[in-house]
Design a binder for this molecule. Structure first.
Ligand code: ADP
Length: 633
C-alpha cells in the first residue's frame, strides 16, 4: 500500500478519502486555497499545502501546482475525488509523467468517455444499447435541427463535454430549437470551453439507473449493483437510493453485464459508473460513463458493506479486486439526500453565507453524514454549495425511508437557506414512498412537495410568536449578531415589532396571524435569526419565518424585484433592443452565476429604457440590472 497520498480536492470528499486512508495507515496531504485555509479537510489531513487563491482555476484546477505539491510532500499517489480534475486526462498523464499514481483509470479511458458523443460511438460498437440520437462531429445548426425534426420532438440538446446538467436543454417543438441551441451552446462554452452538442430523443418518464463497476489491472471486473438517481431537479440528482425500487434480479444482471461490457470496451481500471436511462418497458439505454468515484457512492457502500475508496487504493497499487461477483451481495436499502445551501423557493438558487448553526443528526449504524464543514464555516461563492450528504440504511426500503425522514427532521442548519425542508417534503411525498419514481418526479409532484401542510403551520404559529417575543427580548444581541446592514428590516428597532394582535408573519410562504401572546414554550426548539427573518427548528421539523412586509399598494408584478441580479455573477447577453417593445415574460437579459444561466424576464409588456451592464460585466447579487418601463394599461 502507499505510505502517503495527496488529495487533489476539498470539502466532504476530501474528508471522506482521508477517513479511509487513515484506516489503512496511509498518510494524507491536503491542498487548500485562500477560502479553505481553516477548512475541515485541512485540519483532518496529516499535512496541508497551500495552492493558491480561492477561484478554483487558480488553485484546485491548476495541474502544475498539484503535481508540485505531491512531489514536495513525498506523496506516491494523487486521489482526485470527484469534480475538479477527476476526469481530466491531462492531469492523469501528468501524474504518470512525474511517477505519481493517479487513483483512477488510465488517461485513455478518461479520454474515451470524456466526450459524450465519442463515448456513444464506442458504446455502439461494443453493442451497448444507446438512446437514439445524433452524436456526430458536424455541428452545423441546420443539420442539428434536421436531426431533431427527423427523430421527432421532444429532443434533448446536450453538451458533449457536459456534466452536472449544464449545457442541457429540452426542446419541445421546432420553433423553440434555435433559441434553445444558442442557450445550450453558450452555457456549454462558459462551463466547459467547448460547445459541441448532441441531440437525443428526450425520453418521457425514464428512470436514471446507474451501475457501479470496478475493474483492476488483472482483467477482473465486477458490478456493485445499481443506484436509482431518478429524483432530480434541473437534471441534477437530489436523492439517490440503492437498490433501485422494483428492480428484478434478471434486469439487474442484464444491466450489470452491459455496464461491465462498457468498461471493458475502454480497458477500464478502478471505480466507474455507467449511467443508463430505464424506460417504463424495462428497456435501458447507455447515457454516459463517469470515470471516477461518484458523489452518491455511499449508498452502494451501505448496501454492499464495501469501502469503495479502499477498493480504489487497492486497485491503484496494482492489487486484484477484493471480491468476485459471486461474493458480492445486497444487504438492506440505503438513501442519500444531498443537503445544499440553496433556495428551493427561488428556483434553487445557490445560497452563500455563514453556517451559524450546524447540527446534523448523530451518526449511528443507520445514519452516516459525509460533510466537509463545521459550524461557523462559510459556504462561499467559489465552490459547489453542497453542505453534506445524509446517508441512511436499514433492512428494507420502508424502514430506510423512515430513517431518512426522521434524520431530515432532526437536521438543523441556520444562517443560510438550505434545501432541508424541500428534501423532507420530497422524502415524505406519497408516490416516492411507493417507489414510483422517474426523472420528472419533482415537476410532476410539485404542488405536493411545495405545499405547506396546514397542520404544520398550525403547529408552528404559536412557536413563531414565542420566537418573536424571545428575539425581541434579545434584540440588542440579535442586532449585534445578525445585522450589519442598515437596510435590513431587522436593523431598525421598531421592525422587531411587538407581536400585536394584528401582527402577521409568514411561515414558509403561508401568512398567519401570530396572536398577541402565545405563552408557548420554546423548549427543544432553536431560533436562528438572520437579515430577513428567522429559522425555527422544532422537534417536528424546520420552519422558515419572515415578517410580512406592509402592503405599499405597488403592483406586485412591478415590485417583484426580478430586474435585479439574483446573485453574484456575470452578464452574458442582452436580449432586447433599447426602446423595443417586449411582451411580459420575454427574456431581457441572461446572466450566469455559479455556472448556471439565469434569465431576467420582462415583468409586464413594455420596454427596456436602459441596461446598466454590458455582457461580461460582473454584478453583485441584488444589484439592479436594467430600467424597465411598463406600458400604461
Ligand atoms: P450530466 O453529465 O450533465 O449530468 P447526463 O447525460 O448524465 O448529464 O444526464 C443527466 C440527466 O438528464 C439524466 O439523469 C436524466 O434525468 C436526464 N436525461 C439525459 N438524457 C436524457 C434523455 N435522452 N431523455 C430524457 N432524460 C434525459
Amino acid at each position: 500500500m502507499f505510505t502517503k497520498i495527496l488529495i487533489a480536492n476539498r470539502g466532504e470528499i476530501a474528508c471522506r478519502i482521508i477517513k479511509t486512508a487513515r484506516a489503512l495507515n496511509v498518510a494524507t496531504v491536503a491542498v487548500y486555497s485562500d477560502a479553505d485555509c481553516d477548512a475541515l479537510h485541512v485540519q483532518m489531513a496529516d499535512e496541508a499545502v497551500y495552492i493558491g487563491s480561492s477561484p478554483a482555476n487558480e488553485s484546485y484546477l491548476v495541474i502544475d501546482k498539484l503535481i508540485q505539491a505531491a512531489l514536495d510532500s513525498g506523496a506516491q499517489a494523487i486521489h482526485p475525488g470527484y469534480g475538479f480534475l477527476s476526469e481530466n486526462a491531462e492531469f492523469c498523464r501528468q501524474c504518470s509523467a512525474h511517477n505519481l499514481v493517479f487513483v483512477g483509470p488510465p488517461s485513455e479511458a478518461i479520454l474515451a468517455m470524456g466526450s459524450k458523443s465519442a463515448a456513444k460511438t464506442i458504446m455502439a460498437d461494443a453493442g451497448v444499447p444507446l438512446v437514439p440520437g445524433y452524436h456526430g462531429n458536424d455541428q452545423n445548426s441546420d443539420l442539428l435541427k434536421r436531426a431533431a425534426n427527423d427523430m421527432g420532438y421532444p429532443v434533448l440538446l446536450k453538451a458533449a463535454a457536459g456534466g452536472g446538467g449544464k449545457g442541457m436543454r429540452a426542446v419541445y417543438s421546432e420553433d423553440e430549437f434555435d433559441a434553445a441551441l444558442d442557450a445550450a451552446k453558450r452555457e456549454a462554452q462558459n462551463s466547459f470551453n467547448d460547445d459541441i452538442m448532441l441531440v437525443e430523443k428526450y425520453l418521457l418518464k425514464p428512470r436514471h439507473v446507474e451501475i457501479q463497476v470496478f475493474c483492476d489491472s488483472h482483467k477482473n471486473a465486477v458490478y456493485l449493483f445499481e443506484r436509482d438517481c431518478s429524483l432530480q431537479r434541473r437534471h441534477q440528482k437530489v436523492i439517490e437510493e440503492a437498490p433501485a425500487p422494483g428492480m428484478s434480479a434478471a434486469l439487474r444482471q442484464q444491466m450489470g453485464e452491459a455496464a461491465i461490457k462498457a468498461a471493458q470496451a475502454i480497458n477500464y481500471e478502478g471505480a466507474g459508473t455507467v449511467e443508463f436511462l430505464l424506460d417504463t418497458q424495462g428497456e435501458f439505454f447507455f447515457m454516459e460513463m463517469n470515470t471516477r468515484l461518484q458523489v452518491e457512492h455511499p449508498v452502494t457502500e451501505m448496501i454492499s458493506g464495501q469501502d469503495l475508496v479502499e477498493w480504489q487504493l487497492l486497485v491503484a497499487v496494482g492489487k486484484p479486486l477484493p471480491c468476485t461477483q459471486g461474493q458480492l451481495q445486497i444487504n438492506g436499502h440505503a438513501f442519500e439526500a444531498r443537503i445544499y445551501a440553496e433556495n428551493p423557493d427561488h428556483d434553487f438558487l445557490p445560497a452563500t453565507g455563514r453556517l451559524n448553526l450546524l447540527q446534523p443528526p448523530a451518526e449511528t449504524d443507520h445514519i452516516r453524514v459525509d460533510s466537509g464543514v463545521v459550524e461557523g464555516d462559510s459556504v462561499s461563492i467559489y465552490y459547489d454549495p453542497m453542505i453534506a450528504k445524509l446517508v441512511v440504511w436499514d433492512t428494507d426500503r420502508k424502514r430506510a425511508l423512515k430513517r431518512l425522514t426522521q434524520a431530515l427532521a432532526q437536521y438543523r442548519i441556520g444562517g443560510l437557506k438550505t434545501n432541508i425542508g424541500f428534501l423532507y417534503n420530497l422524502a415524505t411525498s406519497q408516490a416516492f414512498g411507493a417507489g414510483d419514481v422517474d426523472t420528472g418526479y419533482i415537476e410532476q409532484h410539485w404542488d405536493e412537495i411545495f405545499r405547506q401542510r396546514e397542520q404544520d403551520v398550525g403547529y408552528a404559529t404559536p412557536l413563531a410568536a414565542a420566537a418573536i417575543q424571545h428575539l425581541r427580548g434579545q434584540q440588542a444581541l440579535a442586532q449585534a449578531k445578525v445585522s450589519r446592514d442598515p437596510n435590513s428590516p431587522w436593523h431598525a428597532r421598531d421592525n422587531w415589532g411587538l407581536p400585536k394582535p394584528s401582527y402577521a408573519i409568514e411561515i414558509q410562504g403561508t401568512t398567519v396571524n401570530s396572536g398577541a401572546d402565545s405563552g408557548t414554550s420554546l423548549a427543544d426548539s432553536t431560533i436562528v435569526a438572520d437579515d430577513t427573518g428567522f429559522d425555527l427548528f422544532t422537534p417536528q421539523g424546520f420552519f422558515r419565518c419572515c415578517e410580512v412586509m406592509p402592503d405599499l399598494g405597488l403592483d406586485d408584478e412591478l415590485a417583484g424585484g426580478n430586474l435585479t441580479a439574483p446573485m453574484n455573477g456575470t452578464v452574458v447577453t442582452l436580449l432586447s433592443e433599447l426602446g423595443a417593445t417586449v411582451a411580459k415574460g420575454d427574456t431581457l437579459l441572461v446572466m450566469e452565476a455559479m455556472k448556471m444561466e439565469h434569465c431576467i424576464i420582462a415583468p409586464a409588456d413594455g420596454q427596456v429604457a436602459e441596461f446598466y451592464f454590458q455582457p461580461g460585466d460582473l454584478v453583485d447579487g441584488g444589484e439592479e440590472l436594467l430600467a424597465f418601463e411598463a406600458d400604461q394599461k
